[in-house]
Design a protein around this ligand. Structure first.
Ligand SMILES: [Ca+2]
Length: 634
């Protein structure tokens, strides 16, 4: 503040602050209006004038006249200072915006038996119930504890035969309905390319100690419209593409709420959707498309640009192939020892930036500025021995981190941050194997228009020979058979316009491993920055984003990856208590949720850390390096 101008003996700060507050309201109002304009198509050139409106114009004119009368000089300098304060006011959450407070859910008991319920469901539209049975307490266990008694309902929606491949398709699902219900519904978004009705427990956090079903939610899980046995081949059916992308969620949600109605005598008081990876993508897509259906959204590692991420991973495979010493094994391009060398160099530059040399890089942004692959890793003078990278390796690998590009230099997806988890076990599968067996089929058969022929498809050959420019065209293309492009059906229509969710009192929490090798933290950070901009510089009154240092894709890595985010999300949605941090625990020896073998031996088995809402990071304030309360979110 010392740089602010003083005029004579008059302290301008109170006045500047006052004007800052006015400008802050205007700026935030402008942002809210631009969100409105985005939604309703008001022309951009009119936004500014409309945004501040007559009231705003009057406020500015009144302030300007007031300042001129006091100082008898032009007030542009004050306006600059005021704007600075205005942006600070917006950024620190002092925005005078009242969002609706949703009421808390109230529980109910299952009415009648599970067998009775099946009879009540025979009239559900486009739905066939295939089984319903009681599941006694303890049949399922989580972290050694009994999952309470519930009713399992299985069924299919929209059974049909494809006109493209002549094969049967349906949206398979199961619902698990607790006998003692908490009044809430949880849609479990599953991972990968879907295809499996994963047990509907509603899990979250690596090695969870609890899950939505255990907490009393009614939980739905689905295959999103195709069976896993078909692998990527379902992608030649246009409707199966759309169901996988977003329509299965849209079809299942009202059906599931009707099952809840039949089971408990009322629809869910509150509805939540969550998942990690592709499940995080389903969640962010739902936040944009189905904000009227859900109150709370919990998105982990949201691959909301999944087609782009898959192309970027194929780009990575092509770069690794240039320096692999064994052409049949891409991991020889960047060995375990070489990745450990990079991790050690990253830690040397970055670990202490948060105040504690503890093996976790909390200040990832500062780390990216501090670390350089070119400068901080020795270039091998002779043969590669694990302690250096050859010049050719640096040339091949650096663009994977700085971000895949087309032949014309256009960004394909996003950059990836350097972090402490780059040597972890899960990295190799995502970097060296997935592009040849997962991303290949996803891009070639599910996303691209026109698709490759699945019967003659060789994923490895496809990925290593693909032209990246052509793939980018393919994921954005349509034709008569495939009327929606992958970038349309897989991604949220306007990712940073969550105004419908916000305005009805909905809340969204997002988490992402900083060392995630397939969906980049930076893509999620860019999205969240865009969301902040679209909301006057601060989205924290309805959306919070928690980076998890060291964590890989959804779990594991040298990280504190065990946490419960559904409980704080419910507190936020239903009681207005925003999560200032979430405590996460390392899964060392003896952890009831399953041991993470990548927890470093130097850590205590149950190390805890606060996960902080971006842009805050956990900084050391003193005390034990093993305890969350030695850190604060700043
Ligand atoms: Ca540290």
């Amino acid at each position: 503040m010392g740089s602010l101008r003083q005029t004579g003996t008059v302290n301008i700060m109170p006045t500047t602050r006052k004007l800052g507050s006015i400008m802050g309201k205007l700026q935030c109002k402008t942002a809210a209006y631009s969100e409105y304009a985005q939604q309703y198509g008001v022309s951009g050139s009119n936004i500014g004038r409309h945004a501040i409106g007559a009231e705003g114009q009057h406020m500015v004119r009144r302030s300007y006249i007031f300042l001129q009368s006091v100082f008898r000089q032009p007030v542009l300098g004050f306006f600059s200072a005021a704007l600075l304060l205005a942006s600070m006011a917006c950024g620190s959450g002092h925005v005078d915006v009242k969002l609706p407070q949703l009421s808390a859910a109230t529980g109910a008991a299952l009415s009648g038996t599970c067998a009775d319920l099946a009879g009540k469901l025979s009239t559900l539209a486009n739905t066939r119930i295939t089984a319903s049975r009681n599941v006694t307490a303890g049949t399922l266990k989580i972290a050694g504890q009994d999952v309470p008694e519930h009713c399992l309902v299985e069924g299919k929606m929209f059974e049909r035969v494809s006109s493209v491949d002549g094969l049967p398709y349906a949206i398979g699902f199961e619902m698990r309905l607790p006998v003692n219900w908490n009044g809430r519904f949880f849609y479990q978004g599953n991972g990968g390319i879907d295809g499996y009705v994963v047990t509907a427990t509603g899990s979250f956090g690596g090695g969870p100690l609890t899950h939505a079903l255990m907490l009393g939610f009614a939980v739905l899980s689905s295959d999103a419209g195709h069976t896993g046995a078909r692998e990527a081949a379902f992608g030649i059916d246009p409707q199966a593409r759309l169901d996988y992308g977003y329509q299965a969620v849209g079809k299942l949600t009202p059906m599931a709420k009707n099952i809840v109605q039949a089971a408990y005598g009322k629809k869910p008081d509150r509805s939540y959707i969550g998942g990690c990876s592709n499940g995080g993508r389903h969640t962010l897509v739902a936040a944009a498309r189905y904000a009227d259906q859900y109150d709370g959204f919990l998105a982990g590692a949201p691959g909301f640009n999944l087609p782009k991420a898959a192309v970027a991973n194929i780009f990575g495979a092509q770069r690794y192939a240039k320096v692999a010493t064994d052409p049949n094994d891409l991991s020889t391009a960047f060995t375990v020892a070489e990745r450990a060398t990079v991790v050690n160099a990253v830690l040397a530059k970055c670990d202490a930036l948060d105040g504690a040399a503890d093996g976790l890089i909390q200040d990832s942004k500062a780390c990216q500025a501090a670390f350089s692959l070119a400068g901080d890793i020795p270039t091998c003078a002779g043969a590669r021995d694990g302690t250096c990278l050859s010049a050719a390796q640096k040339t091949a690998i650096a663009p994977i981190f700085s971000g895949a590009t087309t032949s014309k230099g256009a960004s394909v997806y996003a950059s990836f941050p350097y972090d402490s988890g780059l040597g972890a076990g899960g990295i190799a599968a995502w970097e060296f194997i997935a592009p040849l067996i997962l991303d290949s089929g996803a891009v070639g058969i599910i996303f691209k228009v026109p698709p490759e022929n699945p019967t003659a498809f060789n994923g490895r050959a496809f990925s290593l020979a693909a032209n990246i420019d052509d793939l980018m065209v393919g994921i954005n293309a349509t034709n008569d058979t495939y009327a929606e492009s992958a970038m349309s059906f897989m991604t949220p229509p306007h990712p940073t316009n969550l105004s419908a969710l916000k305005k009805r009192g909905g809340k969204i929490m997002v988490y992402h491993g900083v060392s995630d090798p397939i969906f980049s933290l930076n893509d999620t950070t860019n999205w969240y920055e865009g969301l902040r901009s679209a909301n006057g510089g601060d989205a924290s009154n309805f959306a919070r984003f928690f980076p998890i240092p060291g964590m890989g894709h959804c779990s594991e890595g040298p990280a504190t990856d065990q946490f419960d985010m559904i409980t704080p999300l419910v507190q936020w949605v239903e009681k207005g208590q925003a999560p200032e941090s979430v405590i996460a625990k390392a899964r060392g020896k003896g952890n009831a949720g399953g041991v993470n073998s990548e927890v470093p031996a130097s850590w205590s088995a149950d190390r805890t850390r606060p996960l902080c809402p971006y842009p805050k990071v956990a900084r050391y304030k003193g005390g034990s390096l093993e305890a969350a309360d030695s850190f604060s979110c700043q």
